[in-house]
Design a protein around this ligand. Structure first.
Ligand code: TEU
Length: 549
């Protein structure tokens, strides 16, 4: 990549296009809807958008199953709409990163249609075919191999059946992806969020047991042997010619992996999404295996990367995305009585760490999980498959209910609440997924009119973030009370200037005398989710101090 560092100052907003804004009232979000809301994003203060897939797709996995990488899904709009959106973003100083799904395509992609025709088809080797399957299981809880009778063989799919994995060992496949990346960069996009990028290289032995999902000797057997080589090749041949960035979704990556993947002079990725901190309330990184949240474990996990990436590598900062449930109500916070306080506390605590902030649509107004009457309200492919698998296991109904409600990706895919009208101002007709009843008081319009809303707090936070950018970017991190079970307090120090975060992750008042350690400093409160700042913290109170000598 060109030696560009703008990604370190970016504040990125993720748009899930199906659920953002429907401009033509067919119940599904679209590109023109995004254009309508660009002024809203500009006002929020973000300066980059990550757009989940908008390419041609049969939508088996809501667009993560691509059948043509160079076409726009017609329900979302046209290429002209896309070009207009991009230029309207750039006009407003907002960059755009696209979703690059390169581990698999849709089975309706031309390459796959050809590939399955015969063993000597020129596209045969674009995918991974075997005469006999091994025992691997995929991410959606099913067997990872599907039989195809045309050639009496099995193809690998680490996700849905309709998402065959492509064969990166094949040079022609790598050429295709480089060409796709170039196509979008030539249009002027500013980079890519790279879907499950650490899965693209597979161990060619395809051994039973060495499933990318299986823990072998405490290490997930996931980054294939040629991962770094492939990333390097893409950089050398394409990315390095553009002023762009990449963020890799690197599932189950370790600190050492991240260092290798994001070290500047290795030219692989700009940064990654690591999921360790969103896995503290589950076992083995599997969200269906619920575990009681512990603030201490949460801090320990974040600290590992804050300290570990002090001098090299770069990480992202996030709670939510289209696969995660909503953050408010999670991490020991409250999505009811203290919803507003909780959402503000979560934001202050996360975004002054070192890394690039990502905000997922709706997070800035404190949207909650999907309000469901029954588990049948969940329609996501992953939820449906995992529910089937769980029903076949010796688990209680109560456990399954709770686990599915917690884990379903539909929780964060509820259409955006713009106002309190029937379909929350998302559309005038029935949306593809229902809006929540709490739209009556959780919506953008209300938030804009209420000076103490979460939205207005986010705006203020982003202003502060930009104003103190030097400390946020380069300040040295120190967790001040790593063993405390309720308080998260840390400092970012640059010379004699300190940003100090003091957060109470509990629903009771707590005494915190940490400021006594900074007697010789002048203190200024930059952010506070209550009116008063004292050593008696209120439930979910969070304060950002600026200390100078
Ligand atoms: O997600 C990868 C991934 O690890 C998730 O599927 C994860 O296992 C699960 O959803 C946790 O909730 C990416 C995309 O973000 C996801 O939407 C896609 O379904 C998946 O890849 C396949 O492309």
């Amino acid at each position: 990549m060109k030696n560009t560092n703008w990604f370190k100052d970016a504040i990125i907003y993720q748009i899930y296009p199906r659920s953002f804004k429907d401009s033509d009232n067919d119940g599904m979000g679209d590109i023109k809807g995004i254009i309508e809301k660009l002024d809203y994003l500009k006002e929020l203060g973000i300066n980059c958008v990550w757009l989940s897939p908008v390419y041609e797709s049969p939508m088996d996995d809501n667009g993560y199953d691509i059948s043509d990488y160079k076409k726009i899904y017609s329900t979302f709009g046209t290429m002209e709409d896309f070009d207009l959106m991009l230029s309207e973003m750039h006009k407003r100083g907002i960059r755009l990163i696209m979703d690059l799904v390169a581990n698999h395509t849709s089975d309706e992609h031309y390459w796959f249609k050809e590939s399955k025709k015969s063993k000597d088809n020129p596209y045969r080797d674009y995918y991974i075919w075997k005469d006999k399957p091994n025992n691997w299981t995929g991410f959606f809880g099913e067997k990872a191999w599907e039989y195809d009778e045309t050639t009496d063989s099995y193809y690998l799919h680490l996700f849905g059946k309709k998402q065959p994995d492509v064969n990166w060992e094949n040079e022609l496949v790598r050429k295709e992806y480089k060409d796709i990346i170039k196509f979008w960069l030539d249009k002027g996009v500013d980079g890519f969020r790279c879907d499950v990028i650490n899965l693209i290289s597979k161990d060619q032995r395809y051994k039973n047991g060495l499933n990318p999902l299986i823990l072998v000797g405490k290490k997930y057997y996931i980054n294939g042997p040629r991962l770094h080589e492939y990333l390097n090749e893409i950089n050398r041949d394409v990315l390095s010619n553009y002023d762009c960035m990449t963020v890799g979704e690197t599932v189950f990556s370790t600190l050492d992996d991240i260092k290798l993947l994001t070290k500047e002079d290795r030219n692989e990725l700009s940064m990654v999404f690591n999921f360790d901190h969103t896995s503290v309330d589950n076992y083995l990184g599997v969200k269906w295996l619920m575990r009681k949240f512990s603030l201490k474990r949460f801090k320990k996990t974040l600290d590992k990367y804050q300290y570990g990436l002090k001098d090299e590598g770069w990480n992202s900062l996030f709670y939510e995305n289209h696969d995660q449930r909503r953050s408010v109500g999670r991490f020991n916070t409250d999505d009811d009585k203290y919803r507003v306080e909780s959402a503000k506390l979560l934001a202050t605590t996360m975004y002054f760490l070192k890394g690039t902030p990502f905000i997922y649509q709706g997070q800035e107004i404190g949207m909650t999980n999907m309000q469901v009457n029954s588990l049948d309200d969940f329609i996501d492919i992953e939820t449906i498959n995992v529910r089937k698998t769980m029903n076949s296991l010796p688990l209680t109904k109560k456990y399954i209910d709770k686990s599915i409600k917690n884990g379903s990706r539909d929780n964060s895919r509820v259409p955006m609440h713009w106002d309190d009208s029937e379909y929350a101002g998302f559309s005038n007709s029935k949306p593809w997924l229902k809006v929540n009843e709490n739209k009556s008081f959780i919506n953008v319009k209300q938030s804009q009119n209420d000076p103490s809303s979460i939205l207005n707090y986010y705006k203020k936070l982003i202003k502060v973030y930009k104003e103190y950018g030097d400390i946020v970017r380069d300040g040295i991190y120190l967790d001040l009370l790593p063993n405390d079970k309720k308080l998260f307090t840390y400092e970012r120090r640059l010379d004699d200037k300190i940003l100090l975060v003091v957060s109470n992750f509990s629903n009771s008042n707590i005494k915190c005398d940490i400021l006594d350690n900074y007697k010789e400093f002048n203190k200024e409160v930059l952010l506070n989710n209550y009116d008063n700042a004292s050593n008696e913290l209120k439930p979910y109170q969070s304060i950002l101090y600026y200390l100078t000598k």
